[in-house]
Ligand binder design. Structure first.
Ligand code: HEM
Length: 349
């Protein structure tokens, strides 16, 4: 996974350099989403989803590429699916995209079923094997798990990475310290190894501070299974509860100057309650991919910082308002909470 994250980031850098021979200004989400999708495709499903290189998924029988269909499904698919059927027909392209994603995933699963013995033991093989065992995953559960892993396994990490480019751009002294750490551990060129992860403690702190200030999942719905008392609250069994991740992360009692981006708080750390930082939720159903994401995010951002300095493009009026430069950027909520509009200039080092 470390190798895949390094390789995919290098493919992105190559593409950026090709597309922007002089000045580089990008929409970071669009770019890093391709990296995290490439990584989850290769690591969990053993597939090159055709993002940077040759397409292994056959597009000839489809009306859209996998990537286009997936991106449309994620941006509008959930909203359109929840509309009354009569209104849904007005969103033909989105409906087609949702169907195409299903068909691509079916092909992915069918191909693996045919080659189960010869393929390596990745997540897809585990899911497919379970489907073939008695009492294992049903067809519906299998398809739904493939989709959840594909979605949860890239969108959240990409959102974190785009927030991080923004925070580093408006906090140049933090970015400088992160760059200096990367150069001292890895040098000005070269890949990040698994062993480097522990050594990059300030970059790790930047990832944690980004996840604190901008948790991609702002709240998780739960149901109380039995009568419970929390502090002075009596919660009867069956009560719907929202785990308010954003609320906890911005609590001034736990996080002084909570709205400020201050990664050093994770370095100069006094003891904190284990529930004070919960971007991946907590308990038995905590995100299964949290370690995957921690390492992947660090490798991708470290490789980008090693190559580029992130700055706010000086000629973009939307990015140069007083509030945006102070860290208050308009946001919108789709699958995750993202900036409404974000452009970052990458200055070659
Ligand atoms: C910054 C990155 C990520 C964040 C913030 C995040 C956050 C979360 C949260 C809050 C949940 C809900 C947990 C609960 O119900 O209590 C969750 C579930 C899940 N996540 Fe992540 N996640 C991230 C990355 C990933 C990655 C990389 C993968 C896969 C490799 C992944 C796979 C999943 C799956 C499969 C579930 C559903 C688990 C279940 O239903 O029990 N996530 N994630």
């Amino acid at each position: 996974m470390v190798e895949q994250s390094n390789n995919a980031t290098q493919l992105l850098i190559n593409r950026i350099e090709k597309q922007h021979p002089s000045r580089i200004v990008i929409d970071p989400f669009n770019e890093v989403q391709d990296v995290t999708l490439d990584v989850i495709g290769k690591v969990a499903f053993g597939y090159d989803l055709g993002i940077f290189e040759k397409r292994l998924l056959d597009t000839s029988r489809h009306s859209m590429s996998f990537l286009d269909a997936l991106k449309l499904t994620m941006s509008w698919g959930f909203i359109v699916q929840s509309l009354p059927t009569s209104i849904q027909s007005m969103f033909k392209e989105t409906k087609t995209a949702v169907k195409e994603v299903e068909r691509y995933m079916r092909e992915l699963v069918d191909t693996r079923m045919e080659n189960l013995e010869s393929e390596k033991h990745d997540l897809l093989s585990l899911l497919v094997s379970s489907n073939q065992e008695r009492g294992g995953l049903t067809d519906r559960e299998l398809m739904s798990d493939v989709f959840i892993f594909l979605l949860a396994g890239h969108e959240t990490s990409a959102t974190t990475l785009q927030w991080m480019t923004y925070e580093l751009a408006i906090n140049p002294s933090v970015q400088k310290r992160a760059y200096e750490e990367i150069v001292s551990v890895i040098g000005t060129d070269g890949d990040i190894s698994y062993e480097d992860y522990e050594k990059l403690s300030f970059v790790q702190a930047c990832v944690n501070e980004t996840l604190r200030l901008h948790p991609p999942v702002v709240g998780v719905p739960k149901v109380a299974r039995k009568d419970t008392t929390i502090g002075s609250y009596k919660i009867p069994a069956g009560t719907d509860i929202i785990l308010d991740i954003m609320g906890i992360h911005l609590d001034e009692k736990v996080w002084p100057e909570a709205t400020k981006f201050k990664p050093e708080r994770f370095i100069e750390q006094e003891k904190r309650h284990p529930c004070s930082l919960i971007p991946f939720s907590i308990g038995l159903r905590k995100c299964i991919g949290f370690r995957f994401s921690e390492i992947e995010t660090l490798v991708i951002i470290a490789k980008l910082i090693q190559k580029y300095e992130f700055v706010i493009p000086s000629d973009d009026p939307k990015m140069n308002t007083e509030s945006v430069l102070r860290g208050q950027i308009p946001m919108y909520q789709m699958v995750t909470l993202k900036p409404d509009y974000l452009k970052i200039e990458l200055k070659r080092r």
